[in-house]
Design a binder for this molecule. Structure first.
Ligand SMILES: Cc1cc2nc3c(=O)[nH]c(=O)nc-3n(C[C@H](O)[C@H](O)[C@H](O)COP(=O)(O)O)c2cc1C
Length: 331
């Protein structure tokens, strides 16, 4: 019998498989089916800073239509009623999920500049969530804000949220920071108990006839896991915090590789949207078979075995891999 126990953000989980932030937690009976299939925790879809401020604005307008009359929401943002869960509904949904499930419920707050939305961390804690994932997805678009200032702004958000809640806190990071290891260490210092790597970027496409940006959501494939594996391998060798992978975990080998590179938890969304709750059970079963076949006794024994400290050749994670790969192309 393999010991699958995993510590993630201070939560003791029976296995590392987590349903990642998505609409999969919207429906209580579906969430229950994920729990029954063996999911160790579930992350709710995000509550967005923009929707919290839009709702506050709408409330003020209802009281006095002249207040903030000059402020127009960005036309590209959804209207408040288009979000699946409004701010108050979000809190009620945390409570409902907690009443329905026995696995940990992780809420998600999503914003990239400091603001009133951060107060929802405390409300989410009071609603009973077991942990909070802060998604700080942003697109630095000011020419006068340098990389250091972006990092400082994000660490400031983490510090502020950490100051106000006792909840275990993870930060869902975007790829592309100049110095991810250093930034990961700063986030950990600022109060993050864990990092979730990485956000997928949803770049807008262009409709050339209509001359319009077109949002496009494509599900991931296993190919997207590779950059995550590299940074898991580097971060797990250096950082003291929990690490979860998100992005490109579809198969048993994907999950095994993630743990080998140091992941404590493995989040899945696209694969579960495609295959449904039974996929969780089949991944756990497949991992267990693989571990038995390769004579592991626990997941801990596997964890980090291919990280930067322990893999046979750490240069495979840095420039060595780049040069080697380019030279490997045959005619
Ligand atoms: C339909 C859909 C909705 C999502 N909603 C959120 C969200 O609200 N907040 C968030 O942090 N990530 C959200 N994500 C991103 C996922 O949590 C995950 O990071 C991403 O899909 C990569 O994982 P995957 O390859 O397993 O799909 C969403 C993804 C999908 C496909």
């Amino acid at each position: 019998m393999i010991d699958f126990t995993t510590d993630y953000l201070g939560l003791t989980l029976p296995n590392p498989l987590i349903v990642g932030a998505s609409p999969l937690a919207d429906d209580l009976s579906l969430a229950r089916r994920f729990e029954d299939s063996g999911a160790a925790a579930i992350v709710m879809r995000s509550l967005f800073a923009e929707q919290i401020s839009a709702e506050a604005l709408a409330r003020h307008r209802a009281v006095d239509p002249h207040v903030f009359a000059h402020v127009e929401a960005g036309s590209y943002l959804p209207d408040p009623e288009e979000y699946a869960l409004g701010p108050q509904e979000y809190l009620s949904h945390v409570r409902r999920l907690k009443e329905t499930l026995s696995i940990p419920v992780i809420a998600s707050l999503n914003g990239d500049t400091p603001g009133r939305w951060m107060e929802y961390a405390l409300l989410i804690e009071q609603a009973g969530a077991d942990a909070l994932e802060l998604n700080i997805y942003g697109v630095p678009s000011r020419v006068d804000e340098d990389a250091g200032a972006v990092e400082q702004r994000i660490c400031g958000i983490v510090e502020e949220v950490h100051r106000h809640v006792q909840l275990p806190l993870s930060v869902k990071l975007s790829a592309g920071f100049t110095a991810p290891l250093n930034f990961g260490a700063q986030l950990s210092e600022a109060g993050a108990d864990g990092l979730v790597i990485f956000n997928r970027f949803y770049e807008p496409d262009i409709d050339v006839d209509a001359l319009e940006s077109v949002p496009r959501l494509l599900l991931s494939s296993s190919a997207e896991l590779l950059p995550r594996l590299r940074w898991l391998a580097m971060m797990s060798a250096e950082l003291p915090c929990s690490l979860a992978v998100t992005g490109g975990v579809h198969t048993v080998p994907d999950a095994i590789k993630s743990i080998m590179c140091g992941a404590h938890a493995v989040q899945m969304v696209s694969a579960l949207l495609r295959h449904g709750p039974a996929h969780v059970a089949s991944i756990i079963h497949g991992m267990s078979e693989w571990l038995v076949e390769h004579e592991y006794r626990s997941l801990d024994q596997l964890r980090g075995s291919m990280n930067a400290r322990r893999c046979p050749d750490p240069s495979a994670l840095t420039r060595g891999n780049y040069i080697h790969t380019l030279q490997s192309w045959g005619a």
